[in-house]
Design a protein around this ligand. Structure first.
Ligand SMILES: [Mn+2]
Length: 320
C-alpha cells in the first residue's frame, strides 16, 4: 500500500497539504510542480489499496487520471477550489470541493480541521490574493499588525516561488520547501528559523523592480495590459505583478502577457471591484481557462495578440 500527496506547488497547495499532515501525520510520496503544472494526478501510478490525497488542482483537468486511479482500486481524497465540473460519486472517493470566489484550498482544509492550524490557511489566502478572506480567517488568532504583515508577505513569497516556466526557474523546489516547512506548526516560527522568507523576499523585490520599469502595452480606464520578456524573472514575477496591479487599481482589469516560444502566456485578473469574467474571456481562446476572478491562456499565438486585446477591452468596457 502506497500513500501519495499530490499538491499544487504554490502557497495554497503547500499550506493545504501542511495543515492536513499536521493533523494526520503520514509519510507519503510527494507529487508536485510549478503553479501551472496542474495535471499532476496523471503522474501517479496507483493500485489497489493505495491512498491518494489531492490538493489545489482542478478535478476537471485531472478527471481521467482520477477515474483511472479509482478504477485501479485506490482511495482518493480531494480538496480543491478550482472548476470541478461534475463531481464523481464513487465509494472510495471523498471530495471537499468549493468553487466560491472567496475561498481557497487551504481554507477548505482549515474548515475540515475546524481551524486547528488556521495561521497556515491565512498565509495561503494571502498567497492566493484573497485578502478579505485572509483577514476574516485571522480574526480569532488576534495577531498584531506586524504578525499579520509577516503572514501576508510569507503567503506572497510562497506563491511567488511557484511561478516559472519549469522547475528550473524556481528558487526552491516545492517538495523541498514542504520538507522544510512541515516542521513548523506556526508560520511565524518558520519565518524566524529558516532563511526561506528572507531569500524569497529579496528575490521577489528584485524581480518586481524589473517589471515596474515596463510601460503598459495598453492602458485604458478599465483595462491595462503588460508584456513581459522571455526571461526567468518574468515567468517568476508575472503572478505577483498581476496581483499587485489588481490591488493598486481595483477598478481595472489586468492582463500580463509573458513572451514564450510561439507567442504569449497570458494571465488575466478581473477588477477587484467586480471579480468576474476572466474565465469567459480566456475560454474564447483555444488554450484558455481558469476562474472568474483569475484566468489565463497557456499559449496565445503571436498573431492572435490584436484579437486578444480587442476581446479584453470588450470584456471590460468600463463606464465610458
Ligand atoms: Mn489555490
Amino acid at each position: 500500500m502506497k500513500f501519495y500527496d499530490v499538491f499544487n506547488g504554490d502557497a495554497d497547495g503547500l499550506c493545504a497539504l501542511h495543515q492536513l499532515r499536521l493533523a494526520e501525520p503520514r509519510e507519503a510520496i510527494l507529487v508536485t510542480g510549478t503553479k501551472r503544472d496542474i495535471e499532476l494526478l496523471a503522474r501517479v501510478e496507483a493500485g489497489r489499496g493505495d491512498e491518494i490525497t489531492v490538493f489545489d488542482i482542478s478535478l476537471e483537468v485531472n478527471r481521467e487520471a482520477l477515474m483511472r486511479a479509482l478504477d485501479a482500486g485506490a482511495r482518493v481524497r480531494y480538496f480543491d477550489h478550482h472548476f470541478a465540473g461534475t463531481i464523481p460519486q464513487r465509494p472510495r472517493f471523498r471530495a471537499h470541493i468549493d468553487g466560491s470566489a472567496d475561498t481557497c484550498t487551504s481554507l477548505i482544509v482549515d474548515r475540515f480541521l475546524n481551524g486547528k492550524y488556521r495561521a497556515w490557511a491565512v498565509v495561503a489566502a494571502f498567497g492566493d490574493n484573497l485578502r478579505e478572506a485572509a483577514w476574516k480567517a485571522a480574526e480569532p488568532l488576534e495577531m498584531n499588525d506586524m504578525q499579520m504583515h509577516t503572514l501576508r508577505v510569507l503567503g506572497e513569497c510562497l506563491n511567488y516561488n511557484a511561478y516559472g516556466g519549469s522547475l528550473d526557474d524556481l528558487h526552491y523546489q516545492p517538495d523541498e520547501l514542504y520538507e522544510t516547512l512541515r516542521r513548523y506548526e506556526n508560520p511565524l516560527d518558520f519565518v524566524v528559523a529558516e532563511p526561506v522568507y528572507e531569500v524569497l523576499r529579496t528575490a521577489l523585490s528584485d524581480d518586481l523592480a524589473r517589471a515596474a520599469e515596463l510601460e503598459p502595452a495598453m492602458a485604458r480606464e478599465s483595462v491595462a495590459a503588460f508584456i513581459l520578456p522571455d526571461a526567468a524573472w518574468s515567468r517568476r514575477i508575472s503572478g505577483f505583478f498581476s496581483n499587485q496591479l489588481t490591488n493598486a487599481f481595483p477598478m481595472r482589469a489586468h492582463a500580463v502577457l509573458t513572451v514564450r516560444a510561439g507567442g504569449y502566456l497570458v494571465s488575466v485578473r478581473a477588477p477587484a471591484s467586480i471579480p468576474a469574467g476572466a474565465d469567459a474571456l480566456c475560454r474564447q481562446f483555444e488554450t484558455g481557462g481558469g476562474r472568474s476572478r483569475a484566468a489565463g491562456i497557456q499559449l496565445l499565438p503571436e498573431s492572435d495578440l490584436p484579437r486578444f486585446l480587442t476581446a479584453f477591452e470588450k470584456a471590460y468596457p468600463g463606464r465610458g
